[in-house]
Design a protein around this ligand. Structure first.
Ligand SMILES: [Zn+2]
Length: 498
């Protein structure tokens, strides 16, 4: 007989959850990519049923005793880390009643589905009606979780995506960023005004963009034998680690959106494909947190994807895909990829203005969850903050304002900060990498195949570690320190003012 019978039972239960989660992830991917409109209600019901089933399995009464017994068993370090994560998931699941979990899934499916047409129609009022349900349920959830964890309501929601992170810490990090970012944006814009940038001349056929995106994803290490790239309204990485589903979207007047979107999602995809295989199905194999996940997508999109070296790698591929033109000369490609221009859309934002979009959403959603503001207050706050942070007038433009992201319609409050935390971590990883491998500084390094060195470092330090360590421990092991935003600032100043 095994010396760890309770732990073994827990591990077997987690494997069952993993298999059912796999089907849910595929149904969700299909919902976003291929499902016809009239399938929406049935799919929403099916996913809500599955969410309820998974919740029942997560809250089985026998689990409490099983976890307590497993804690007394002779486990090795990895099993102990797994048990810590099992207990964490179990605690979160047990705070929420099944009826709330099911209602949350239904409200999110309904709101998100309607949101696609409402966004297109600039229909804020219509959206606000469905969104009221999503917010009401999120507030209930935040209330229950916060009572259980003795933290603020918003902190309880961030914890689902970024364990250990708090609103107070975000205020500190983002408060500092708000001081130095707007003047830096102005200085960079002045600095860049001297450069001539040749605009690419389209159209860029979607089929050619798709072929280029696939080629780049392959080059960046994505395994197409264990994943796909498709089209969705809002790009995401889904599926399961054994079968990762990336999505992007194509505009024939602009290839950069699909290309850099694909580079971003490929970073997420490589993390998923390289999680510890022997532990799949166990919570310890999961990605550490969403900020660490975004640190991978942003390491790809921002640190690698907008480097001079990458522009050199990309230039001939662009000419091959769309025909030669002056815009595809390497220096010009680099200028295109690093041009700073305040815009309305977060996912299209450049590296420098992106954090402003995140800070704005963080401030609004935190106040919304804490009950300091209501849905009707969002548009005016949005206008005010866009003007203050990026000097942009957004009045009346809901489509390119608060209706632009999928996060709120689907109830993902607490996610947005992870993007900027991820950008900070990505700069921290890159600083370590450049210390270890100074040749990566050279403009032609990537063309000569040095990407492998980057992937090796990420695989060893991040991907293969799953959730073995807390986020702070992971950061210390990889870089010798916890999150240090100074690396992000230094990176931006070096890249944009040098
Ligand atoms: Zn991402």
């Amino acid at each position: 007989m095994s010396a760890t019978p309770a732990y073994d039972l827990l591990a077997a239960g987690n494997l069952r959850l993993h298999h059912l989660g796999h089907l849910g992830a595929m149904a969700h991917w299909d919902q976003e990519t291929h499902m016809p409109t009239r399938g929406a209600a049935a799919r929403g019901a099916a996913l809500a049923e599955l969410a309820a089933l998974l919740h029942r399995m997560h809250t089985e009464p026998a689990l409490r005793e099983r976890i307590e017994r497993a804690e007394q068993e002779p486990l090795d370090d990895l099993q102990r880390a797994n048990l810590r994560e099992i207990r964490r998931e179990w605690q979160i699941a047990n705070v929420l009643p099944e009826s709330l979990v099911q209602a949350r899934s239904l409200a999110a499916s309904r709101c998100e589905h309607a949101w696609r047409a409402q966004r297109h129609a600039n229909d804020w009022e219509g959206f606000a009606e469905n969104f009221a349900d999503v917010l009401r349920i999120a507030r209930q959830e935040a209330d229950l979780l916060s009572q259980h964890q003795s933290v603020s309501k918003y902190d309880a929601l961030i914890d689902r995506f970024e364990p250990g992170m708090t609103g107070a810490e975000l205020d500190r990090l983002f408060g500092d960023l708000k001081q130095w970012l707007p003047p830096l944006i102005l200085r960079v814009r002045e600095h860049q005004a001297r450069d001539t940038v040749v605009a690419p001349v389209g159209p860029f056929a979607a089929s050619r963009q798709a072929a280029l995106c696939e080629r780049i994803a392959r080059l960046l290490g994505f395994d197409f034998e264990a994943g796909r790239l498709d089209v969705s309204t809002h790009p995401f990485t889904g599926g399961a680690p054994e079968d990762v589903r990336l999505t992007t979207r194509y505009r024939e007047d602009d290839f950069q959106q699909s290309l850099m979107g694909t580079v971003h999602e490929t970073g997420h995809g490589c993390y998923e494909q390289n999680r510890p295989r022997e532990l799949l199905g166990q919570p310890v194999s999961q990605a550490r947190s969403m900020a660490i996940h975004e640190s991978q997508s942003l390491a790809f999109e921002m640190q690698i994807g907008r480097s001079f070296a990458f522009a050199h790698l990309l230039a001939p591929l662009l000419a091959e895909a769309f025909g030669s033109q002056p815009a595809f000369e390497a220096t010009n490609v680099h200028r295109l990829l690093t041009r700073v221009r305040a815009g309305l859309i977060r996912v299209d934002a450049d590296e420098l203005t992106y954090p402003a979009h995140v800070i704005l959403r963080y401030e609004i959603e935190r106040a919304l969850i804490e009950g300091e503001i209501e849905i009707a207050d969002i548009p005016a706050l949005w206008d005010e903050k866009m003007m203050a942070l990026l000097s942009l007038d957004t009045r009346g433009n809901f489509r390119d304002g608060p209706l632009q992201d999928v996060h709120w319609p689907s109830g993902m409050f607490g996610y947005f900060p992870c993007y900027t935390l991820g950008a900070m971590y990505a700069a921290q990883w890159t600083a370590v990498l450049l210390d270890l491998r100074p040749t990566l500084h050279e403009p032609l390094a990537l063309v000569h195949g040095d990407l492998a060195q980057v992937f090796d470092w990420l695989r060893e330090n991040i991907w293969s570690q799953g959730s073995r360590w807390t986020t702070a421990e992971l950061a210390i092991r990889a870089s010798g320190e916890t999150l240090n935003p100074a690396h992000f600032r230094a990176h931006l100043e070096r890249r944009y003012l040098a």
